[in-house]
Design a protein around this ligand. Structure first.
Ligand SMILES: NC(=O)c1ccc[n+]([C@@H]2O[C@H](COP(=O)([O-])OP(=O)(O)OC[C@H]3O[C@@H](n4cnc5c(N)ncnc54)[C@H](O)[C@@H]3O)[C@@H](O)[C@H]2O)c1
Length: 268
């Protein structure tokens, strides 16, 4: 793969694994993250360009894409991956958390898409990949804010895709399920299910870039289940959710195990 690819939120987790997988396929990767120390370290370990970026700022995001093109060449793919997940009861959610989550997860992705399209549409080529979540189509207690943010990402991505689809530019959403990164610290997996690893999501991104599609759920099997469950009644959906323990996972988590993550996502 001889593409030039910029990835946000790639100092760790899914973004870092994706950078590594794309690099292994021959892509030239530039990574960006708000965490300056971590992004420099990650870039050093991969031997790629690593830059500080705050996806909520037009100025910062533009500077990131400019610097990426300066160091690696014309961008073929932009992956909007940066995201945070505050969890807990809806009534306990602070306005500051709500604003920050919407700012990063929604505004950051919309901004990244618009700035990428500004570069790609005049060239008639390119691919924007937005990392959404299964949480954008499957709603659970304790996750109202994150659910809302990821549903917005899916709506925005699909509308943008429909708008530019005849102009040579692809816009896709990738919907991972529970994946073992800091983001799920202190939460348990749905009963009887194993979390994905960041490398599983990375492999799906590599495949999606090779064969652009509107939406991809990871794992694929869950995508089929979600399409089927859309036909279920509310009662049946809730029964499935209870059987998996999804009604409790984001309310009865381990706050101590989540402390470091919580303080990281509130400190940027
Ligand atoms: N881990 C999961 O279970 C899971 C499931 C579905 C979707 N996702 C999504 O995948 C993406 C990556 O999540 P992850 O699990 O790797 O989390 P992570 O916390 O390991 O990594 C996210 C990265 O984004 C960076 N970031 C946060 N705010 C930023 C900002 N304003 N500008 C630039 N970078 C910023 C963080 O510093 C961090 O390095 C997110 O969009 C997340 O919502 C994760």
């Amino acid at each position: 793969m001889s593409k030039v690819i910029a990835i946000t939120g790639a100092a760790r987790g899914i973004g870092l694994a994706t950078a590594r997988a794309l690099q292994a396929k021959g892509a030239t990767v530039v990574i960006g993250d708000i965490d300056e120390t971590a992004v420099k370290e990650a870039a050093g370990s991969l031997g790629v360009t690593g830059l500080t970026v705050d996806v909520t700022s037009r100025e910062s995001f533009t500077a990131f894409l400019d610097a990426a093109e300066e160091s690696a060449g014309r961008l073929d793919v932009v992956i909007n991956n940066a995201g945070i997940m505050p969890i807990g009861p809806v009534t306990g959610e602070t306005d500051a958390d709500a604003r920050r989550c919407i700012d990063i997860n929604v505004h950051g992705v919309m901004l990244g898409t618009k700035l990428a399209l500004d570069r790609m549409l005049p060239r008639g080529a390119g691919h924007v990949v937005n990392i959404a979540s299964v949480a954008g189509v499957m709603f659970t207690p304790g996750l109202a804010l994150y659910n809302a943010s990821k549903a917005a990402v899916l709506a925005f991505t699909e509308a943008a895709r429909l708008e530019v689809q005849d102009r040579g530019v692809h816009v896709s959403a990738l919907l991972p399920t529970f994946t073992n990164t800091d983001l799920v610290a202190g939460t348990s997996s749905p009963k009887g299910q194993k979390n994905c690893e960041p490398e599983d999501i990375a492999a799906a991104v590599v495949e999606l870039i090779g064969r652009p599609r509107p939406q991809v759920v990871v794992p694929k099997k869950l995508g089929r289940q979600l399409r089927l469950s859309a036909l279920f009644s509310d009662r049946a959906k809730q029964a499935v959710s209870r059987r998996l323990g999804l009604d409790k996972i984001f309310l009865e988590y381990d706050p101590d195990a989540r402390k470091a993550y919580d303080s990281r996502i509130r400190s940027g």
